[in-house]
Design a protein around this ligand. Structure first.
Ligand SMILES: Nc1ncnc2c1ncn2[C@@H]1O[C@H](COP(=O)(O)OP(=O)(O)O)[C@@H](O)[C@H]1O
Ligand SMILES: [Mg+2]
Length: 163
């Protein structure tokens, strides 16, 4: 687990774009945090880093929005579990199919239906601080493969502090 202090939306977006360079097909990023924390902002930045423009700020009434990737890269699923209450609803909405597909899945409100997410995932928690432009960002890879793959990147981000 690593904690980073983002001092602006631009820094959070930079983290997202840099992270994208280390993601692969089938990876799942589980985003948590209150409304306005920056889940959609970082999801858009990760997608942009993967060469995909996520058009909706949040899928809102669409639970799973799937985007095709560039010719040489994976697609992106932008998923919002906010309105789902349980595993059955998530299953019916196609969430499980999406997170086990070949795309990279970016899941907002991941804590609403944790059962539908694979064991191996990158958890990113965003927490507002007393300053309006600051967010405490907690990165936690779950599962050995992802932890090994992202370990150096995460350590580097903590050391460099966005510089
Ligand atoms: N350091 C920061 N990181 C991310 N967003 C920030 C930051 N500071 C301010 N913001 C603002 O917070 C809002 C986050 O909105 P959004 O990404 O839609 O949140 P969520 O999807 O979590 O509800 C944006 O308006 C963004 O400009
Ligand atoms: Mg959102």
């Amino acid at each position: 687990m690593a904690e980073l202090l983002s001092r602006s939306p631009e820094e959070t977006a930079l983290l997202g774009r840099r992270l994208a360079a280390h993601l692969e097909a089938r990876d799942v990023v589980a985003l948590t945090g209150v409304i306005g924390a920056g889940k959609s902002l970082i999801a858009r930045a990760i997608a942009a880093g993967l060469g995909v423009e996520v058009t909706m700020a949040s899928p809102s009434f669409v639970i799973v929005a799937s985007y095709e990737g560039p010719p040489d890269g994976p697609g992106v699923n932008h998923i919002d579990l906010y309105r789902l209450r349980d595993y059955g609803e998530a299953l019916a909405a196609g969430v499980e199919d999406a997170v086990y597909s070949d795309a990279v899945s970016l899941v907002e409100w991941a804590d609403h239906v944790p059962d539908v997410l694979p064991a191996e995932r990158l958890e990113i928690g965003l927490e507002p601080t007393a300053k309006p432009e600051e967010r405490l960002i907690v990165l936690r890879p779950v599962g050995e493969d992802l932890g090994a793959r992202l370990g150096d990147f995460i350590t580097g981000m903590v050391r460099e502090r966005f510089e």
